[in-house]
Structures are given as C-alpha cells and as structure tokens.
Design a protein around this ligand. Sequence first.
Ligand code: ZN
Length: 81
Amino acid sequence: MVPGHEIVGIVTAVGSNVSSFQKGERVGVGCIVGSCRDCEYCDDGKENYCANRAVTTYNGVDVDGTVTQGGYSSYIVVHQR
Ligand SMILES: [Zn+2]
C-alpha cells in the first residue's frame, strides 16, 4: 500500500449503470472512495461525514473487507459518485 490519496487518471471502463463518465475521460478521485450513499450526510453530498463509515482511499477497509491500496496503484475501481 502506497498512500496516494489525490488520484488523477483516465477512465478505462464504466459499468452499465454509469451515466456521469465515459471511457477516455480524465477524472479525479479524492481521499474517500466509498460511503453508504444512503444516510442523511451522504444524501446531502457530505460523504466524509457518513454515519455508516466512509471508506478512505488508502489503508481503509472497503465493504468487501479488502484494504484500499491508494492512488499509486495501476488501476482503481470507484463508484461514479
Ligand atoms: Zn452515508
């Protein structure tokens, strides 16, 4: 794990429900890569205050139990939000 937390890259693929981004588009990812997206804070766009624990970009425990590896990895998968 290398603690890069302000990631810039190019979208290489999108899921079938993704509407905000397209393949080839330049994107950025901040220091939080996940949250419940369902609590009052997430609904208000304040995922960093997620009542059910936001997932940090590096050294965080994701919903599947894996540890997030940071922004120096070759690829990262994130929710479009
Ligand atoms: Zn939340």
